[in-house]
Design a binder for this molecule. Structure first.
Ligand code: CS2
Length: 466
């Protein structure tokens, strides 16, 4: 079999339902070199399951009208542990990775290396514990083997992901591998990429749907939506397999595509995660299909679109409409608490940047409600006192803000607005702050859905809050 030209670090369900599906289509289009070698850096280790299934698994792409079961064989091999020589295969052309935000070991909201998170690798670079440490060691081996440079493409849902990877890896290498720094700067590229497909964690119903259609249980099977997009910056160290033949967009500037996705799709998901969970909904489908929440969300998507420059070849109104349809896909039951995870990393690019645009305009209320609901969500209980699981690197900080506020909504808002995340004019806008305080006070006794419904029925004399 042709040696894989793609190596992927940290394969999870998203990788199996996204990059591997594109590679599979390319192999079927006559490019066997588009195979992937997966390397697990951390559990879950999927090598055994992959081998036991003969190197195949299924992806079920579904929406209300279509159902497409794909048998994916693009992942040729899975290594359950990284190997210092993993970049030394001369057939290798492209390294992709899905490490999650925490995997970049940066100070949140910056591109600075978090030296504490890297302390063990900085002390012992030959025995790395982190993805950055492994990449540096493997690049050093590649350079020593006399091989050319390589492309390292982050596929995480983080703004300018390639720049972040370049910044943190360069900072680490400068300290831990000083003699590699020059070679890396001259030979390794870090394209930015935007990846999109909603892939909720596999629940028992999803696993059963795949087993029924495939005729057997599939330990690596994934259910996802049919929509998919992959936009990569044209910045490659070596020619890569022609992914553009299967719909991957290779462009000079990924930023406008990325902003469109982060604000409209991800912004809608994050807004509905907090508003929906506080209103008693379990999944984004449940919340987006509710008539009251659905109308509000469509208005929110339109407001988000108004903050954007349109990327070449896109249509923002159509994208906003498609986003609503994607969130109402009856087969994609994305738990709101899954989307709510790590929201302190997500809120800036998804909500706060766009809120700045609307601060003094007629849509300000949409943003005040979204941010107030985020604050309320992070107190860990809804209006009825039911617990909400807050899974966030700032969870302890949120607790402290809540404790110090002692039930005073004004103090609660002040506490949250002091976070670095709000280091922008929003923090100083008195009118917006007052809206946040009023809404946080209301959220003590009412759900966001009740507040939206009451606003719809308000008399013209009453102030428009959201
Ligand atoms: C979601 C994303 O959990 C989340 O933060 O908003 O994983 C989202 O489903 C993907 O970005 C879609 O491409």
């Amino acid at each position: 079999m042709t040696s894989p030209s793609i190596l992927h670090l940290s394969p999870g369900a998203f990788h199996r339902a996204h990059q591997a599906v594109y590679a599979d289509a390319l192999i079927r289009a006559g490019h066997p070199e588009a195979g992937i070698r997966d390397v697990c850096l951390f559990p879950p280790l999927i090598g055994q399951a992959h081998a036991a299934q003969g190197g195949a698994y299924h992806v079920l792409l579904r929406d209300g009208t279509t159902q497409d079961l794909r048998r994916i064989t693009a992942i040729r091999e899975v290594l359950d542990r990284p190997d210092p020589a993993m970049l030394c295969d001369p057939a290798l052309r492209l390294v992709t990775m899905t490490l999650t935000e925490k995997g970049y070991c940066h100070v949140p909201g910056t591109q600075r290396l978090d030296r504490d998170a890297m302390s063990s690798d900085l002390a012992d670079p030959l025995h790395p514990q982190t993805a950055l440490g492994w990449l540096a060691l493997a690049l050093a081996r590649r350079r020593d083997a006399g091989l050319p440079g390589i492309t390292l493409a982050s596929c995480d849902n983080i703004p300018v992901n390639g720049r972040l990877l370049e910044a943190v890896l360069s900072a680490y290498v400068a300290e831990a591998w000083p003699d590699l720094a020059g070679w890396m700067a001259a030979n390794v590229t870090f394209p930015v990429s935007m990846v999109d497909r909603i892939v909720p964690r596999v629940d028992p119903a999803a696993a059963q749907a795949i087993a029924d259609l495939a005729g057997a249980p599939d330990a690596l099977g994934v259910v996802a939506e049919p929509f998919g997009q992959w936009v990569i910056e044209d910045r490659f160290a070596l020619p890569i397999p022609p992914l553009d033949k299967v719909g991957v967009q290779i462009v000079a500037d990924v930023a406008p595509y990325e902003r469109m996705k982060h604000r409209i799709l991800n912004g809608a998901q994050t807004a509905i995660a907090h508003l929906g969970a506080l209103s008693g909904f379990a999944t984004s489908y449940d919340a987006a299909s509710d008539p009251v929440m659905g109308v509000w969300l469509a208005r929110f998507c339109t407001a988000q679109a108004q903050t954007l420059e349109c990327p070449p070849g896109e249509d923002l109104d159509a994208y906003a409409r498609a986003t609503m349809a994607r969130l109402r896909n009856p087969h994609i039951r994305h738990p709101l608490t899954q989307i709510g995870t790590d929201s302190s990393f997500k809120l800036g690019q998804r909500i706060v940047e766009a809120a700045e645009h609307h601060l003094d305009g007629p849509q300000a209320g949409l943003y005040a409600l979204t941010i107030a609901a985020w604050m309320r969500y992070n107190t860990g209980r809804d209006a009825a006192g039911r617990p909400i699981p807050v899974d966030d690197p700032l969870a302890a900080v949120f607790k402290e803000i809540d404790r110090a506020a002692q039930g005073d909504p004004s103090a609660l808002v002040q506490g949250y607005l002091r976070l670095d995340l709000f280091d922008c004019p929003l923090r100083r806008n008195a009118q917006f702050r007052n809206r946040l305080v009023s809404l946080c006070a209301m959220l003590d006794t009412r759900t966001p859905r009740e507040i939206i419904e009451a606003q719809r029925n308000r008399s013209d004399a009453e102030e428009e809050l959201c």
